[in-house]
Design a protein around this ligand. Sequence first.
Ligand code: GLN
Length: 489
Amino acid sequence: MLNQLTISELTAKLVKREASAREATQACLDQIQRVDGQIHAFLSHDAADALAQADAIDKAIAGGASLTEHPLLGVPIGIKDVLAVKGQPLNCASKILGKFISPYDATVIQKLRAAGAVVFGRLNMDEFAMGSSTENSAFGVTRNPWDTARIPGGSSGGSAAAVAADECIATLGTDTGGSIRQPAALCGCVGLKPTYGRVSRYGLVAFASSLDQIGPFTKDVRDTATLLEVMSGVDHRDSTSVPQPVPHYAAGLTGGIKGLKIGLPKEYMVGGLAPEVNQAVQEAVKQLQKLGAEVVEISLPHTDYAVATYYIIATAEASANLARFDGIRYGARVDGDDPISLYGNTRGAGFGPEVKRRIILGTYVLSSGYYDAYYLRAQKVRTLIRQDFLKAFEKVDVIVTPTTPTPAFKIGEKSDDPLQMYLSDIFTISCNLAGICGLSLPCGFTADPKLPIGLQLLGKPFGEETLLKVAHAYEQSTPWHQEKPAIKT
Ligand code: GLN
């Protein structure tokens, strides 16, 4: 079935006219119809618009459009509900945005369209990307395709689940502290957080502006390379995007990793790590050695402070970024007798409990008297964490860790305990604080129930090429990416 294909498989068929973009899009829509009642990856999707885009692409293919110019020709790609797509709803899985419709396309969406993609759907997420399970969505939880009693991870849970359930060929998500890599690991797909500045954030609703990056979810590493190449590049509308040349990532997947040095941080193989996750990661390291890589033990001494540092910086930035949702400029409004009560009523009714918790925390750490004790100190620790990585990268090319301490947990298991929930990001958060790149790919399964396990690779700033090369060599020598969940319908 066309919806089960990868980007490279599908585009090959389309240019040979063995299938049409309309058929591929229809296959995804049919799969949504079949399984999304169970999975709830989508908040909404506009089938007529998707099919109209597909028809236009079929015309372009008939007119000789090529893959060199349009590497995503006819590929249906789903979008997390935090990215602006012109004419489509934008809710960030929150009630506060009401019936808001995006007036413009995010830069990544423009790039996807220019590359020939069929851009469709609004994928579920934790409200304003705050969470690790998609349980914080105001519109219901997304379920893990491997076991629907479990969470898909978060905050980009819908993006991961839609790829795992073959409802899309690929999707876009965002990662502020792990929101691409963690759900990719828990749903058994490939997910990449680019280096800060690699991809323009114009048209992304900001959570924590110094940490947020947009990235792809795909079924294999080659597709991640293809999609990253399309998405990357400087943009005058995002002053933090970097004018660094964009490599031909997919062309760099040559298979050879002989002599590459891989670092194993001793601080990451610690208590709280599920035995089956530990074992799968150890096996993966052996496999990388077999492929010719040299494994070196390294130290990232400030790792212990990452979660605390993140929850000061991310909440501080969130409290500032979310001030704009006041009932005056966007979305839903709950009236009051005066402007202050209008703000209070709107924000009180519009935001969910986790978002409120973060705004309160963030406002507190920025308030006078506490700014120096918390926010300023967190910024200093952030610098130390970045220096840990830069030092380690003087010795190694790539760092390997588990993506998550455990496989997917049960829905409801951690929702009453924010601290437990925050700890599920313990291995992914440092990467955002340091501004480096990270990728998660499947490295095995637990026995009973059968749940995916993710391997995390961390790379130097703008080191995505090496990251992808190592990931691809590992993937091609193991069977994990070929497994599919059996979804009961
Ligand atoms: N789970 C982390 C949080 O709740 C990271 C979220 C993200 O990366 N958007 O903040």
